[in-house]
Design a binder for this molecule. Structure first.
Ligand code: ZN
Ligand code: ZN
Length: 225
């Protein structure tokens, strides 16, 4: 059986989310997803970290043999009340997805150094990393190699839903047609993950997730989270 991963989704732990994780997981299973991660916003989970981890870990047991589940978190790096407190870590989570790193107010000015403070594997959510390198004056191959060495990964965000106003990410489309970008990512050994970034179970389109998983597999990317 093939593996289809979707490691970006939001439940009732996020203010912008709404669903009981059971509904989301059932939709993932029905859609043929084999590995599914729940990644609520750090500022939605707030003080409930232990409860969140416990709830998702219980779901891992409940769904054993049907789907592999991960307990993730999406971390806002804007320099406002939503970013984690200084020194706050995310040990106990399976991974963190960092967002807003290309925002002028990001606290993640040293991206790789900041990711290390979370004390769990860290990926970059919905960001054009080639544009990011250009803006920062980084050589992409060099920077992505450093990210890979730090155990980091890059998300292809295939969201298409009401919450995001049925907007598709241009960087994802560009990556799919740009063979030079693909060559650099392969050479750097940077893992590429897939996320639908679901917020409403009725908006979920697992076929978009599967299509991206197949693109990554057919083009020899290392995708498994
Ligand atoms: Zn996000
Ligand atoms: Zn998200």
């Amino acid at each position: 059986m093939k593996n289809y991963h979707d490691i970006h989704s939001h439940s009732y732990y996020s203010g912008c989310g709404r669903d009981d994780p059971h509904l989301m997981i059932d939709a993932a299973i029905a859609g043929g997803i084999t590995h599914f991660g729940i990644s609520d916003h750090n500022y939605g989970i707030g003080e409930r970290k232990a409860q969140y981890i416990e709830e998702i870990n219980a779901l891992k047991e409940e769904y054993k043999g049907r789907i592999t589940l991960y307990c993730g978190v999406e971390i806002c790096t804007c320099n406002d009340h939503r970013a984690p407190a200084d020194g706050e870590d995310f040990a106990g989570f399976d991974y963190a997805l960092m967002e807003d790193i290309d925002n002028d107010n990001t606290v993640a000015t040293d991206l790789i150094g900041y990711a290390k403070t979370f004390k769990c594997p860290c990926g970059i959510a919905h960001t054009d990393m080639f544009a990011y390198c250009e803006k920062k004056g980084f050589d992409p191959l060099e920077f992505f190699t450093k990210m890979a060495e730090a155990g980091m990964f890059w998300e292809m965000n295939v969201s298409y839903d009401s919450i995001h106003h049925y907007r598709e990410h241009e960087y994802v489309k560009e990556f799919m047609r740009n063979e030079e970008q693909q060559r650099i990512i392969r050479e750097a050994g940077l893992r590429v993950t897939v996320g639908f970034d679901g917020h409403r179970v009725e908006d979920y389109l697992p076929e978009r997730v599967i299509k991206m998983n197949e693109f990554l597999e057919n083009n020899n990317f290392s995708k498994n989270y």
